[in-house]
Design a protein around this ligand. Structure first.
Ligand SMILES: O=CC(=O)O
Length: 348
């Protein structure tokens, strides 16, 4: 696979060398009775499964080959793969799943599962485990950091200073974070973490989600349009599905208004990105902080020219602490499944 298709989740820190799928005969003998686990992620992905877990499975690592080519060249392996360990940036579509007739488990190194055909997994009785809440705090921290950066124009001021525009204060008048009316779209674990942080910043939090949450004190709006109408900032924390794709359209952006800011730590396609660019250009909204993009890992370069946009490379979960924790969690999920125990962080 091309380097440019490498995602985010588990591509760092630098990995040990990939395990080659053409194993030596000694290894083959050793592996005979071990469950076959196919690694579906960026080069270096094999390093996410560390000892002792890596020794409990027969790992197949086709990292340089797309899955369908691996299936064509190694049909015997694909016929008996019992589990797939995948990265959030690597899709597992219906077609791909059909190449793996013995598949019983998918473990993904991501909290989001929009890259996996969950309906097909459910239909075939394939269990799925994800990152659970492991990244929630990191992602919430980043969401708030992006919000503060856009509103207070920190990155813009930094760029200005580096260009020796020493009197940059004149052109980078920022606005206050405290007192902002912030609408959170999707009040799951990440959304709640964002809300708690914003309370400390004296923002007024409200939210939209599929259902009103009786246990939270924040005002609920049943549509994103109403939420946008009543807030200065939207923070997108919901998952991507058919109902939420382009949930932030031009109408919502216009409702948010000229000083409005959008922060996205969910998935790129929650926003109609072309309309976002147009609204930013036309001054219909004030700014955006984006950690996720519609065509990841590519970023629409139009955004590079906008000083009121802060960009981050889908890095909400990529602290070293969380990387170490996800490595362990992936192994624990595999081990649980093959010992007939419940998954640690089940999705289905
Ligand atoms: O985007 C990050 C994740 O889904 O874990």
């Amino acid at each position: 696979m091309e380097d440019q298709n490498l995602p985010h989740h588990t591509s760092q820190p630098p990995s040990t060398e990939d395990q080659n799928h053409c194993t030596t005969s000694d290894q083959q003998l050793q592996n005979l009775n071990l469950p076959k686990v196919l690694l579906h992620g960026p080069p270096g992905f094999s390093s996410v499964l560390q000892p002792p877990y890596s020794q409990k499975f027969h790992l197949l690592n086709p990292s340089s080959l797309p899955l369908h080519q691996f299936a064509a060249t190694h049909p015997h392996h694909c016929a008996t793969v019992a589990a797939v360990l995948c990265d959030g940036g690597y899709p597992l579509t219906l077609d791909m799943l059909s190449l793996l007739p013995s598949l019983r488990l998918v473990v993904t190194a991501s909290a989001g599962t929009d890259h996996v055909d969950i309906d097909e997994c459910r239909r075939r009785g394939i269990q799925v485990a994800g990152a659970g809440n492991l990244f929630s705090e990191d992602v919430a921290d980043l969401a708030v950091a992006l919000l503060i950066d856009v509103v207070m124009k920190i990155s813009a001021a930094d760029r200005s200073l580096r260009k020796r525009h020493v009197d940059s204060r004149a052109i980078t008048l920022a606005s206050k974070v405290s007192g902002k009316r912030v609408g959170i779209v999707g009040l799951g674990r990440i959304g709640l973490e964002v809300a708690h942080r914003l309370e400390a910043l004296e923002c007024m939090v409200s939210y939209n989600s599929r259902k009103q949450k009786p246990f939270v004190p924040y005002p609920f709006y049943s549509t994103v349009l109403e939420l946008a109408t009543n807030t200065n900032v939207l923070v997108l924390c919901c998952s991507l599905n058919d109902q939420t794709r382009h949930i932030i359209n031009r109408e919502v952006m216009l409702a948010l208004g000229k000083g409005g800011v959008i922060v996205n730590v969910g998935r790129g396609a929650l926003i109609d990105e072309k309309q976002l660019f147009n609204c930013l250009m036309e001054g219909e909204i004030g700014g955006a902080g984006l950690d996720v993009f519609e065509n990841e890992p590519l970023v629409d370069e139009h955004f590079f020219s906008l000083d009121n946009v802060v960009l981050s490379p889908h890095a909400g979960f990529s602290t070293l602490d969380s990387y170490l924790a996800i490595c362990q969690l992936l192994g624990l999920n595999l081990e649980a499944f093959f010992s007939n125990n419940p998954l640690i962080t089940p999705v289905i």
